[in-house]
Write a protein that binds this ligand. Structure first.
Ligand SMILES: O=C(O)C(=O)C[C@]1(C(=O)O)C=C[C@@H](O)C=C1
Length: 94
């Protein structure tokens, strides 16, 4: 298999990752709508810890670096909270 072929495979995976991040961000909009309706704070420390523990465990199962995976998800959670703040308008939520 040539280097170009493998790079094309990597590019496909990268596109899939971006599509999934976009989907996660769409879900953040839906979460924001529910939080606005129910007056719930955007940041939920317990839930974000749950997500981080869960992805750590899955990374271990998949034999990839769990600390690096957690860092990626910390960024994804920050992006999600930023999207939720955009949806809610600053100051609309607790
Ligand atoms: O589950 C929520 O309440 C969310 O808003 C989603 C999410 C996430 O991106 O996983 C984002 C912000 C919260 O702090 C916790 C988790």
């Amino acid at each position: 298999m040539s280097l170009d072929h493998v790079r094309n495979e990597i590019a496909k995976v990268d596109r899939d990752i971006i599509a999934l991040i976009a989907k996660r961000q769409e879900l953040a909009k839906r979460v924001a709508a529910i939080k606005i309706r129910e007056g719930i704070a955007i940041h939920d420390g317990r839930q974000s810890q749950k997500v981080l523990v869960s992805v750590f465990d899955r990374a271990v199962e998949s034999k990839i670096d769990p600390v690096a995976v957690q860092k990626i998800f910390e960024i994804l959670i920050t992006m999600s909270e930023e999207r939720q703040r955009e949806c809610s308008g600053d100051g609309n939520l607790p």
